[in-house]
Design a protein around this ligand. Structure first.
Ligand code: SF4
Length: 114
């Protein structure tokens, strides 16, 4: 999850710690974590390191088209295609339950197309 510095009102309806705990405990993921601002320079550095493992990545954050634009270079540098290798989910303006459900549905869809 990217939480947009933690001050964006788009995430005010959810408890981000409850959200990420539920994702890592209830859903079939290797792990979950929160980054404060993935589209900043340190976010690029983080993605450059993280993407070297070539894992499937699900990012709950802002609008998918914004995510694809902002993360395109980091994915390309790792030899990945942001349009194929990133599952981007808009979790803004949602409650914790709604956001967990949206991530769960996206992961189920990924498993369907394996
Ligand atoms: S990637 Fe999206 S959610 Fe994260 S800091 Fe940037 S604009 Fe905000």
């Amino acid at each position: 999850m990217c939480v947009c510095t933690g001050k964006c009102p788009g995430f005010s309806q959810m408890d981000i710690w409850d959200f990420i705990n539920r994702v890592r405990i209830e859903l079939p993921v290797e792990y979950g974590f929160i980054h404060p601002q993935l589209c900043e320079e340190d976010g690029d550095r983080f993605l450059n390191d993280y993407l070297k493992a070539h894992r499937k990545v699900v990012i709950g954050a802002c609008a998918p088209n914004m995510q694809r634009k902002m993360f395109r270079d980091a994915f390309a540098q790792a030899g990945l295609d942001v349009n194929k290798d990133l599952t981007s989910i808009d979790v803004r303006d949602m409650t914790t339950d709604q956001a967990v459900e949206k991530v769960s549905a996206a992961i189920a869809k990924m498993e369907d197309i394996k």
